[in-house]
Design a protein around this ligand. Structure first.
Ligand code: GUN
Ligand code: ZN
Length: 435
């Protein structure tokens, strides 16, 4: 029952700040910890020995020792219609979109397909320990309806939106400036703030939206300033050239979104690989979020995201899988690839920084840290339980790990969904499908 008190015992790990800024002071680690949940919210997190005596007599205690208990992971950019596009061979962005993605996305017009993919995606996310994601649906209004319906049924906190695209795509996959506006507006009315669901106004990218559609998006943002905006930018050289050609009067790619009021604190912009100085400045001034999608950027050969530059420019960064350009649903695997991208640029990423990024860091970037991303009292009890020794190779490697940071680095570098023992949504354990 949702209002019951329940407690999880294990090794608690969560963040209260950014380890890149404040080092060791950023995390809380309790070796024999207890996480007390009431009414779906965190009531307390601390030493088991101190908290156990404070619990009501009949409290259910779930013993997860010796596993790690962390806030559920957050994925800041993923495409629901691309679960059967993942692992499509041999193309960079524009060819990949036309040859694979736009073909699969048309299937969401078929009865029941969006429902099937939504169920699959949510199963896969939760199996990977991800409890919140920012999700692109397809152009079809019904795809977003299906996704929100399934997420609401599971009580997961999800951000999603119907894609708007009215050109440079197959006719079956386009809306119009007017229909895209009306359908998005209707979805916002039905879903934004219903239970845990949040809406993202989703013009796919400047290449597939006409100036009229960009203007319609601008109207939506003006009328619904509490909704998110999600789109793509500066991922691939050919994409950038095409976007600039379509909007010759804009200062640069970011300028296109700026001109239509789409660059703000709630704007999540996927990729941001090939950024000019002015674009970084524009992001910083607007408070817009650069979304780093490591496995996708490598798989599509898009380029190397410069996290150090983003930091220097004062731009918020969120981390994401970008399935189906990305190749893993796991935020652990995503961070392992982020580490390699940074290594190629002489930058680094500690295990604490990586685990912060996919929990509190993403929550802060999304402006949701008052709700999710940590174990502070009152936060929603979305939780992942991890076994760092889940595989033979990991157990073997951990024989020589000397401290917590080494153990966590092994978890981030070799870990994935196999390390997920349990996932909780609002304090309720999720039944994960068998592999
Ligand atoms: N740019 C526009 N659409 C997409 C998409 O679906 N995936 C990626 N990676 N980039 C895009
Ligand atoms: Zn994307």
């Amino acid at each position: 029952r949702q209002d019951a008190v329940r407690a999880l015992r294990g090794r608690l790990l969560w963040f209260v700040g950014d380890p890149h800024k404040i080092g060791e002071a950023a995390h809380r680690y309790v070796e024999d910890g207890l996480l007390v949940v009431e009414g779906g919210l965190i009531r307390a997190a601390g030493e088991a020995r101190a908290l156990l005596p404070t619990l009501p007599a009949a409290t259910e205690i779930i013993d997860h020792r010796p596993h790690l208990i962390m806030p559920g992971f957050i994925d800041a950019h993923i495409h629901m219609p691309q679960t059967q596009v993942i692992a499509s061979y041999g193309a960079q962005l524009m060819e990949w979109l036309n040859k694979y993605t736009f073909v699969e996305e048309q299937k969401l017009a078929q009865q029941g397909h969006a429902e099937k993919l939504s169920r699959f995606l949510l199963d896969e996310l939760l199996s990977s320990g991800t409890t919140t994601a920012a999700v692109y649906c397809s152009v079809h209004e019904k795809s977003a309806e299906a996704f929100f319906t399934e997420s609401h049924r599971r009580n997961t906190r999800m951000i999603a939106g119907k894609v708007m695209m009215d050109r440079n795509a197959p006719a079956a996959l386009t809306d119009t400036a007017e229909s895209g506006y009306a359908e998005s507006k209707a979805l916002i009315g039905r879903w934004h703030g219903k239970g845990r669901q949040l809406y993202a106004i989703t013009p796919r990218f400047a290449v597939t939206s006409s100036p009229e559609q960009m203007a319609a998006s601008q109207r939506l943002v003006a009328e619904h300033p509490d909704c998110f905006v999600q789109t793509h930018i500066n991922e691939n050289r050919a994409e950038i050239a095409f976007a600039r050609e379509l909007y010759p009067d804009a200062a640069d790619y970011a300028g296109i979104y700026e001109d239509y009021g789409l660059l703000g604190r709630k704007s999540l912009l996927g990729h941001c690989i090939h950024m000019t100085k002015r674009e970084w400045r524009a992001f910083a001034q607007a408070g817009a979020v650069a979304v780093f999608c490591p496995t996708s950027n490598l798989f599509l050969g898009s380029g190397l995201f410069d996290w150090e530059r983003a930091r220097r420019e004062g731009v918020k960064v969120a981390l994401a899988t970008d399935i189906g350009g990305g190749t893993s649903y796991s935020m652990l695997r995503t961070m392992a690839e982020a580490y390699k991208i940074l290594q190629l640029q002489g930058q680094s990423l500690s295990a604490f920084e990586a685990l912060h990024a996919i929990t509190l860091g993403n929550a802060v970037a999304l402006g949701l840290d008052h709700l999710i991303g940590s174990f502070e009292a009152g936060r929603e009890a979305d939780i992942v339980v991890l076994d760092p020794a889940a595989t033979l190779a990991m157990a073997h490697r951990l024989e020589t790990a000397r401290d917590l940071s080494e153990e966590l680095f092994v978890l981030v570098t070799l870990g994935d969904e196999r390390n997920v023992v349990a996932t909780y949504v609002m304090g309720e354990r999720v039944e994960l499908p068998e592999a």
